[in-house]
Design a protein around this ligand. Structure first.
Ligand SMILES: Cc1ncc(C[n+]2csc(CCOP(=O)(O)OP(=O)(O)O)c2C)c(N)n1
Ligand SMILES: [Mg+2]
Length: 281
């Protein structure tokens, strides 16, 4: 028996098992090779090789239809095209919102994403302001972006410090909703005490905006009032809070201002909070 390579046609038949392969190919000398590294996923666990794969070619009217490699390449090209178009539209939308005051969250993410160095790590707890974040932050490697998997808020502020301790040579920027930040704000003291130079950006819309959005969606329109969802009267003074807990802090209401402050804070090497007033929405 003369083992040859595996063709895509064989791969298709192999997915249905060696018997099907033998039947389709009209041959009985199918060799089954055990492997845990199947390119077809966990099942089947065997690679199947046969010694005259070419026999498959004339059984299909259009053998190129079985050419997985070129089909995957074509699909990849199409998907990349779609992504490039969508990314372009998102950037155009963000740029059109760039001069809003208070800052529009999309413009804010775009400005910060553009200002961050290549090796920056982003910790995302932006909640209702997350639109486009995966595309606006560079995210060049697996450790460049951390986000909430469950729904328990308050994770971002301490998680960012954990990330910084784990990746001490990379700049770490945490993007955190004002409501989420309040769950674990005391962590700022830890950042000061342990000198953990994370840059905490607070997306301050003075509310639990996502809860308002969900309530409105559930009711099929905005209700007359939102109970317990506004963080006002008094407004939370994040700059004063940060100072009280021993870290530097600044305030801005524009996307460009926030990007500048982030750059400055990263260069300072000190833990810093940047309170950004964003649209209430
Ligand atoms: C521990 C915990 N408590 C309460 C909630 C309910 N909850 C989900 S999002 C949210 C508000 C988030 O507010 P903020 O961080 O300001 O983001 P925004 O909605 O304004 O974008 C709350 C209270 C939760 N998910 N987890
Ligand atoms: Mg909020």
């Amino acid at each position: 028996m003369r083992p040859l390579g595996i063709t895509q046609g064989v791969a298709y038949a192999a997915l249905r098992g060696p018997e099907e392969l033998a039947r389709r190919a009209g041959r009985h000398d199918v060799l089954r090779l055990g492997s845990n590294e199947s390119p077809f996923g966990p099942s089947p666990k065997a690679l199947v090789a046969m010694h005259d794969a070419a026999v498959l070619a004339h059984r299909y009217a259009d053998p190129s239809a079985l050419d997985l490699r070129s089909r995957i390449a074509a699909r990849r090209e199409a998907v990349e095209g779609t992504i490039a178009r969508a990314r372009g539209e998102l950037l155009a939308k963000a740029q059109a919102l760039a001069s809003r005051t208070p800052a529009h969250p999309l413009a804010l993410l775009q400005a910060i994403g553009a200002a961050l160095p290549d090796d920056a790590v982003v910790v995302d707890e932006t909640i209702s302001s997350a639109e486009g974040i995966r595309w606006l932050m560079r995210s060049n490697d697996a450790k460049s972006f951390f986000g909430l998997r469950g729904g328990g808020i308050g994770w971002g502020l301490p998680a960012a410090m954990g990330v910084k301790l784990a990746l001490p040579h990379r700049p770490v920027v945490a993007l955190i909703g004002d409501g989420s930040a309040m769950y674990t704000i005391q962590g700022l003291w830890t950042a000061a005490h342990q000198r953990i130079p994370v840059v905490f950006v607070i997306l301050n819309n003075g509310s639990y905006r996502i809860l308002k959005q969900r309530l409105a969606a559930m009711r099929g329109g905005a209700p007359n009032q939102y109970v317990g969802m506004d963080l006002v009267d008094p407004a939370i003074d994040f700059v004063a809070l940060a100072h009280a807990l021993g870290i530097r802090a600044e305030r801005t209401a524009t996307a460009a201002g926030a990007a500048e402050l982030v750059t400055k804070a990263l260069a300072s090497g000190a833990p810093t909070l940047i309170d950004v007033e964003i649209e209430r929405g």
